[in-house]
Design a protein around this ligand. Structure first.
Ligand code: SAH
Length: 346
C-alpha cells in the first residue's frame, strides 16, 4: 500500500530541529537523528540507539526512511562491480565501482533513464522516468564505499557522475547530494575528488560557475563540428557548440579550473583530419584535458570503434598542441558496466 508518510531525509537539519521543538522536545534531538540518517546511514528508526524508544516510535508514526536496496551485484573479471539499485518505488538504476591499483571510483546515476537521446548510449533507450532524490544519489555512494571497504580494504576515493542520466538536468538534487557527500556530517569527501559529467547544458554550466561549486566538470564532447555532433547527440541542435563554448569560457573565467572533455572516436563518424582539427581548435578555447574513451558497443553496429591509426592521429595532433590526453580503457564490459552500457539489463 502506498504510504503517505514523508521521507524524513527530505528534511534539512534545521527542519528536523524545528520538528522536534514543535513536539515539545529539544532541538538538539534533531541533530542526533540527522547524524543517524546521514553519517551513520541508519536504515530504520530502531537503529538509533541513543534515541528513546518513545521518540523512535513517534518518528515511525510520522516518517519513513526511503533507503535504496542493492538488488543484484555483479562482479567483472577485472574487479569492476555493478550494482542494480532498487528505489523505494520499485524503479531501478545502476551504479558501478571501478577499482584501480591506487583508487576506487564510484560511477553513480542521477536520473532513472535519460531524457537525452545520444545515439551511441544504451541509457538513452530507456525513457526518463524521474529524477533521483538527493538521498538516492547519496545512498549509491555509501553502498559503493561499503563494497570498496569489503572487497578492496580501502574506502572509496573518487566519484564520477557518469552513470544513468544527465546530472545537469537534475541539478538541485545533484548539488544537495554532493553537499552531503562532502560535508563532515555526511561522508566528508573532498569535492576535488568528484567529477560531474554533462553532455553540455550551457545555462546550467554557467549556474554551476555562479554557485562556485568546487567539484570538477567533464563535458562529453565527441565532436567539435555542429553537424556531426547533432547527428550523434541530437540535443546539440538546441545547445549548439557556440553556446557550449561560451558557457565553458564563463566557467573557466569564474572557477579557473580546467575542463575535461570526454571523447569517443568512431569509424567514419568523427575520425577524419577535419574532425581532429575542429577538436584541437575547440580545445584551445579553454584550458582542458582530454579523455579518449574506448567505445562500448551497445548493439546494432551503427557505431564502431575507430581504428588505432585514427586514435593515434588524434593523440598526435592534441599532443603537438600541448593538450594533455589520456586514453581510457573500458572496465567491466563483460557485465555491461562500462560507459554507456547501463540499461538495467541484469
Ligand atoms: N549524461 C552525462 C553522463 C552519462 S554518460 C554525459 O553525457 O556526460 C558518461 C560518458 O559515457 C559520457 O561521456 C558518454 O558520452 C559516454 N558514453 C555513452 N555511451 C557510450 C558508449 N556506448 N561507449 C563509450 N562511451 C559512452
Amino acid at each position: 500500500m502506498a504510504t503517505t508518510k514523508k521521507d524524513i531525509r527530505a528534511l534539512t537539519k534545521e527542519q528536523l530541529r524545528e520538528f522536534f521543538e514543535k513536539q515539545g522536545d529539544k532541538a538538539f534531538r534533531g541533530n542526533q537523528v540527522y547524524e543517524w540518517l546521514w553519517q551513520k546511514s541508519a536504515h530504520s528508526f530502531d537503529d538509533m540507539t541513543n534515541v528513546s524508544l518513545e521518540t523512535r516510535q513517534m518518528l515511525e508514526e510520522n516518517f519513513v526512511i526511503n533507503h535504496i536496496k542493492v538488488d543484484t551485484m555483479q562482479r567483472s573479471n577485472d574487479g569492476t562491480v555493478k550494482n542494480a539499485v532498487r528505489l523505494h518505488d520499485g524503479l531501478i538504476v545502476e551504479s558501478v565501482l571501478i577499482p584501480t591499483a591506487t583508487r576506487t571510483t564510484a560511477c553513480v546515476s542521477s536520473q532513472v533513464g535519460c531524457s537525452l537521446d545520444c545515439k551511441f548510449c544504451a541509457t538513452a533507450r530507456l525513457k526518463r522516468m524521474r529524477n533521483l532524490n538527493p538521498d538516492e544519489i547519496y545512498d549509491q555512494v555509501v553502498a559503493i564505499d561499503n563494497e570498496s571497504k569489503l572487497y578492496f580494504n580501502r574506502p572509496l576515493s573518487n566519484i564520477v557522475f557518469m552513470g544513468m542520466g544527465e546530472p545537469l538536468m537534475n541539478y538541485n538534487n545533484v548539488i544537495k547530494a554532493i553537499d552531503k557527500i562532502t560535508s563532515e556530517e555526511g561522508l566528508g569527501m573532498s569535492p576535488k575528488r568528484i567529477t560531474v559529467s554533462t553532455s553540455g547544458v550551457p545555462k546550467m554550466i554557467k549556474k554551476m560557475a555562479d554557485d562556485e561549486v568546487k567539484f570538477n566538470l567533464a563535458v562529453s564532447l565527441h565532436s567539435a563540428i555542429d553537424e556531426v555532433r547533432t547527428s550523434i547527440m541530437p540535443f546539440n541542435e538546441t545547445f549548439p557548440l557556440e553556446d557550449l563554448r561560451e558557457a565553458l569560457e564563463y566557467w573557466y573565467a569564474k572557477t579557473k579550473r580546467k575542463i575535461s572533455y570526454e571523447y569517443v572516436v568512431w569509424n567514419g563518424i568523427n575520425d577524419s583530419q577535419k574532425d581532429i582539427d575542429a577538436f584541437v581548435k575547440f580545445c584551445k578555447y579553454v584550458p582542458c584535458k582530454v579523455n579518449i574513451i574506448e567505445y562500448n558497443p551497445i548493439d546494432d553496429g551503427e557505431f564502431q570503434q575507430a581504428s588505432s591509426e585514427a586514435l593515434e592521429n588524434y593523440i598526435a595532433s592534441l599532443e603537438k598542441n600541448r593538450i594533455v590526453v589520456n586514453v581510457r580503457r573500458s572496465r567491466g564490459k563483460d557485465i555491461d558496466a562500462a560507459c554507456g552500457q547501463l540499461a538495467n539489463k541484469s
